[in-house]
Design a protein around this ligand. Sequence first.
Ligand SMILES: *Cc1c(COP(=O)(O)O)cnc(C)c1O
Ligand SMILES: [Zn+2]
Length: 410
Amino acid sequence: MSFVTHVECTVCGHHHDARRPLTVCTRCGQMLAVRYDLARVKAAVDKAALRSRPGGMYRFRELTPLDEGEEPVTLGEGGTPLLPLTRLAAHLGLRHVWGKDEGANPTGSFKARGLGMAITRARTLGARGFVIPSAGNAGGAAAVYAARCGLPCAVIVPRGTPPAAVAEAAIAGAHVFTVEGSIATAGRIVAAVAPDLGWFDLSTLKEPYRLEGKKTMGLELAEQLDWTLPDVLLYPTGGGTGLVGIPKAFDELRQMGWVTGRTRFVAVQAEGCAPVVKAFHDGAETTAAWEDPTTHAAGLRVPSPFAGRQMLRILRDSGGDAIAVSERAIVEAQRRLARLEGIWTSPEGAALVAALAVMKDRGQVSADARIVVMLTGAGIKYAPPELPTPLDLAGSDDAVRAAVRRVVGT
Ligand SMILES: *Cc1c(COP(=O)(O)O)cnc(C)c1O
Ligand SMILES: [Zn+2]
């Protein structure tokens, strides 16, 4: 038996039986969330027991939806480093900034956590194949976990999706399709073809287990910060699984008495696609579809996130904020982070570095605030930014030595 009591609708509260395959609320169509018997979890595991377990997201087994004895479909996801960004912090006039380096996951992004968990559960509950709309990384992750358990997968991505993510899905044997438009267009096609194929629809937050995989980022963070919570957490927001999942982790740990305190959650989006930022500042209860979404941070190109309402509630309840940054600020921040810390993060993660500078300028964070940025993916999965072409060395030894000295400048 797992520690799950039931699966609950986040809007109407209707209870669903976790022993059946689940999608969205059968009563109102909204997003579902897994609930645990936290008193039983607390009795079954303590912080010391946890210390002796191997790394990776299944070390928090009691707070995952896995049944007793259920084997996860895994490639070793989770257990990513929380890196102190000392030089970046000094540059910004801050003292405590950490980056959670999710690029270290299999597939090079945190999508591995969510899709690993969702595919594990769906396979156990009888799925025969998977269909997913994606802006890139989710499709790649779905394809590799489907391959890992020998099930077929179809991935639908917008044209112009970063080629590495498309290749990742294709080399794992997935059927990859492109469409004109955004992930919203892809999502409509998936909704139409999934029942046709009889395959499980893995769309963001339209089944409850991907959230539980993303939640493990929050569990790890609390443990890595020695069972404290950060004051501020910046999250690059597309569909919002992490923005909903991380506070869920903190809430569960708080209810278990393992952590105290509160975190301000900050959603960061691109100026060319910022439905959450707009709704937050308009005081709206949910997001409105963003017309003509454009940004090179592919994971942020989500014009109508299904969990808009839930994200806005989290941002407001936590005293957080929502900030949009320009394409140029993203590119500059990506370079700054690489130069100052040696981390080539994805454009989505870089957006946080740009947003943190904005927050510091506006006086929204004090110098000694403890701040975490979620570096959700590896830069290497995206088309490289424009950088100087390497100088080609040719000619005599003397000419080569002189050329190197000229460039290096000593
Ligand atoms: C998908 C993705 C995001 C957005 O994540 P959500 O949890 O869907 O909001 C951010 N960064 C990267 C690298 C992604 O792949
Ligand atoms: Zn409901």
